[in-house]
Design a protein around this ligand. Structure first.
Ligand code: ASP
Length: 452
């Protein structure tokens, strides 16, 4: 383990000059913070769009926003990007002339197709890192920008969902050498052919985790605009607190069931090397945040409850279905073909139900029904919509059925009908399906019964 902290700052932490000054002061505060990974400027106010969205809009000739029914043309997005960076440069007082000219050239790239989208999408991180390194130097914090195209963050040529290539870890190791602070743009790497390819959205988290793993950092800090991972969605339950310590297993389960904290793939590189991830708030730097660890002793019961909305289940009845080898596999592969995400599939002798993402059924349900009917010949099939899955998670649930009993008792006492229950094979969480209409109320009841 190296005496070094990798600090990644998300979009809202680097959205304006004021925010970037907070970043500088946080970095200057601890000499171990020698590698800084930055996102593109995010929203500085709710009404604003992230710079990455504007850049993708430029790349797709306005289609990106049109698809979201937002009317911003490609030219307007181009202007928004230039204006935003010009403002940041001016407010920081760095000499940005050459940078802005180079940005303007990049915005008029001749690249086409996915290469064009990836290249342009990466420019937010690229220029922000260059500007931030200049600003650090201006303020007496010796820094150098380290670009993925130079140090060799190698990725596959899936341009918009790049995967890391193994040899990249060796290429990144020297980033920890020397005393100068390395400022690295997140979100992108380079293919064997030298093209830019981006990770999936939110992928700067992944860059930070890869670098932390490559240099064997003592900690990976993820600075954002929330004070950590909350026990439940604090917009629904005001008294929800941040969870001080979580295991990788728990955060993965919470994230896959509705918690929106951290890029899911970003966990793995740190998990493998047992590097703790510390989620902290740039705007409230003294808040303790949440530390994600390999293990936690003692293993408290329920630490958080996730809520996954907009799910449906497909119910299928067929005599002796349980005896038909390959029935479940055929059903799941049909869903996969239709691009429908499935979460659980409780099954029994004569029936099965698959819990799916409801949005995936829009426009395809009739074709899907026909396909299932012709291929699997069910005796009966139904689709139940508008469900919500509530998932209490905690390592201490293993071999401890008391919280399940307490959860069902509390919901029963308040007359909340339960549509589905299912315990995960690891026993570290269980799922309760309720109708969407009562989901928020059920969440509150579970919170009071299991955590609050
Ligand atoms: N800027 C990219 C995005 O908005 C990546 C990131 O912020 O992590 O998705």
């Amino acid at each position: 383990m190296r005496n070094i902290i990798v600090s990644k700052f998300g979009g809202s932490s680097v959205a304006t000059a004021t925010q970037i000054e907070k970043v500088r002061s946080i970095v200057a505060d601890d000499r171990k913070r020698r590698i800084v990974v930055v996102s593109a400027p995010g929203r500085s106010q709710q009404s604003e769009h992230k710079l990455t969205d504007h850049l993708i809009n430029v790349a797709t000739d306005g289609m990106h926003f049109r698809d979201q029914r937002i009317s911003i043309s490609s030219q307007d997005s181009c202007q928004a990007v230039l204006t935003r960076f010009a403002q940041i440069v001016e407010d920081l007082g760095v000499d940005g002339k050459a940078l802005l000219a180079s940005l303007e050239d990049d915005l008029h790239t001749n690249l086409t197709g996915k290469q064009r989208i990836a290249f342009l999408a990466s420019r937010g991180e690229h220029y922000n890192a260059r500007i931030i390194a200049d600003y650090f130097n201006l303020k007496g914090l010796p820094s150098v920008v380290q670009l993925p195209e130079n140090f060799g963050l190698h990725v596959s040529d899936k341009y918009l969902d790049a995967q890391v290539v193994e040899d990249t870890f060796d290429a990144m190791e020297p980033l920890a050498d020397g005393e100068t602070i390395a400022v690295i743009p997140g979100f992108y790497g380079v293919t064997a052919g030298g093209d830019v390819a981006v990770f999936s959205r939110g992928g700067s988290d992944l860059t930070g985790a890869l670098v932390a793993s490559a240099v064997d950092a003592e900690c990976y800090e993820n600075w954002t605009d929330v004070s950590g991972v909350f026990e439940v969605d604090p917009r629904l339950i005001g008294e929800a607190r941040t969870i001080p310590r979580l295991t990788f297993k728990e955060i993965r389960l919470l994230s896959s069931k509705g918690f929106n904290v951290f890029h899911l793939n970003a966990m793995m590189p740190c998990w493998e090397r047992k590097i703790p991830i510390h989620i902290r708030n740039t705007n409230k730097r003294n808040d303790p945040g949440t530390v994600i660890l390999s293990e936690r002793v003692p293993e408290e019961g329920v630490v958080g409850i996730a809520q996954l909305n907009n799910v449906a289940y497909i119910y299928i009845e067929k005599y002796q279905l349980g005896e038909e080898v390959g029935f479940t596999a055929s059903l799941l592969s049909i869903l996969q073909e239709f691009g429908i995400q499935s979460y659980h599939y409780p099954t029994d002798k004569d029936d099965i139900s698959v819990v799916v993402d409801q949005t995936g059924l829009t426009g395809t349900i009739n074709d899907l029904r026909r396909r299932i009917e012709s291929e699997l010949k069910p005796d009966f099939m139904d689709v139940v919509y508008n469900l919500s899955i509530l998932t209490p998670v905690g390592m201490g649930l293993k071999g401890n059925s008391y919280p399940i009993v307490a959860a069902l008792k509390a919901l029963g006492e308040k007359h909340i009908p339960i549509e589905m229950i299912d315990q995960s094979p690891s026993q570290v969480c269980f799922h309760i399906g309720v109708s969407q209409a009562v989901s928020d109320a059920a969440l509150k009841i579970l919170y009071d019964a299991l955590i609050g």
